[in-house]
Design a protein around this ligand. Structure first.
Ligand SMILES: Cc1ncc(COP(=O)(O)O)c(C=O)c1O
Length: 384
């Protein structure tokens, strides 16, 4: 038995500090909406006594392929695993350079690094928070093999122009649409762009499976390769031949059952996220010095987060924390992270990080909670 006096591991200490901090939030930055519909399908999985990928996983995939207008959709344990498998499936490897925004989730440069390729950071466009041809051109070299485009916070820039640009320069276009499910750009689903795209179903995404991801593509060979990397280097469970040095990147059937149940409520989630952004815009429009981020008008994006630009993001976040409100900065620029620490200067990325605040955006937020967040922000700037 464990000696209670035994020292806690660093991981446990970090976990306890994180949960204690977010546990104090009476209005969290995000909470998933799950309930009896998910419970019913999870119960069904348990009663069937088959916990690894099975019929709910196939159903989840086929529904997502249809929604995203893709030939294929393949479930993964998370979006990072889908990115690694997709990039390996395209043959990207050591010596290749892949352009990625510094304003991204660590999953982006990390997954590039996992293939052996080199992440080359680029700045983003201030209006969209995403890469543009202009910011890509600054860092493209003869070794560039792919662009890892990131649909930051569910938004997108000119995906059609970027697609043409990638074709012209014979570059693969990888579309990290992790938070962009149900969004469209010029009438087409955002995840339908790119040689392949990925989705995340982490707990803060529009639909969640707790952890989970999906790779979407129209390319039969790429999907077949990515599947091999996902299944430990073999074509499926139960096959003995190991064709590649792969991984176990599978989702569980319990998670897929949650995903299928979540899909039935997706219209409501999307509607609420748009409504919540609209309320923030209305209530905060008169506050001097702050601006609610406007998603691309050429896209019908689903706001992953309501984002507010303010003079000093960290100061506002600290104030909101004292009011029990969970708010976050935008992604901490990857070029300045210890794992990547590079000399580059990315002025727009740095400015966005210093000024961007993600406000509570869960579909289950109550009107009075949103009003409370807005009144705290208004008071904060009016008394300064
Ligand atoms: C843009 C982006 N890419 C990748 C990820 C990573 O997704 P996952 O945690 O499913 O690997 C996230 C998660 O928030 C994200 O926002």
């Amino acid at each position: 038995m464990k000696n209670p006096k035994e020292k806690k591991s660093e991981a446990i200490i970090a976990y306890e500090s994180y949960t204690a901090r977010v546990g104090k939030e009476t209005i969290p930055c995000y909470t998933p909406s799950i309930g009896k519909e998910e419970l019913a399908l999870v119960t069904d999985v348990i009663e069937r006594n088959w916990l690894s990928e099975n019929k709910y996983t196939r159903e989840f995939e086929s529904k997502l392929a249809e929604i995203c207008e893709r030939k294929y959709a393949v479930c993964f344990g998370n979006a990072t695993a889908a990115l690694i498998s997709g990039m390996k499936g395209l043959g990207l490897k050591t010596g290749d350079e892949i352009i990625v925004p510094s304003l991204s989730h660590s999953a982006d440069p990390n997954s590039i690094s996992a293939t052996g390729a080199t992440p080359v950071f680029a700045d983003v466009d201030e209006e969209t928070l995403c890469l543009s041809v202009k910011t890509i051109e600054v860092v493209r070299t003869a070794r560039t093999k792919a662009i890892l485009y990131v649909c930051a916070y569910g938004n997108t820039g000119a995906l059609d122009t970027i697609t043409r640009y990638a074709k012209k320069h014979k570059l693969f276009l990888i579309n990290d649409s992790a938070p962009a499910l149900f969004g469209t750009y010029k009438g087409k689903p955002i995840p339908s762009y790119g040689d392949f795209s990925v989705l995340s179903f982490f707990a803060d995404k529009t639909i969640t499976t707790g952890e989970g991801g999906m790779l979407l593509s129209d390319n039969t060979k790429l999907v077949s390769e990515a599947n091999i990397y996902k299944h430990d280097g073999r074509r499926e469970r139960g096959v003995d031949t190991i064709e590649r040095r792969g991984y176990n990147f599978r989702i569980t059937e319990l998670q897929s059952a949650v995903g299928v149940a979540q899909l039935k409520k997706a219209d409501y989630f999307v509607k609420r996220k748009k409504e919540i952004l609209g309320i923030y815009r209305k209530k905060l429009s008169g506050v001097s010095g702050v601006r609610v981020f406007a998603f691309n008008s050429l896209a019908d994006a689903v706001p992953h987060r309501a984002i507010l630009f303010v003079p000093n993001a960290k100061k506002l976040i600290r104030h909101l924390e004292t009011c029990g409100i969970g708010a976050r900065t935008l992604f901490m620029p990857m070029h300045s992270q210890p794992a990547y620490g590079e000399k580059g200067h990315f002025p727009i990325t740095e400015k966005l990080f210093k000024t961007g605040v993600c406000l509570p955006s869960a579909p289950n937020l109550k009107q009075e909670e949103i009003e409370y967040v807005c009144s705290e922000i208004t008071n904060y700037y009016q008394t300064r």
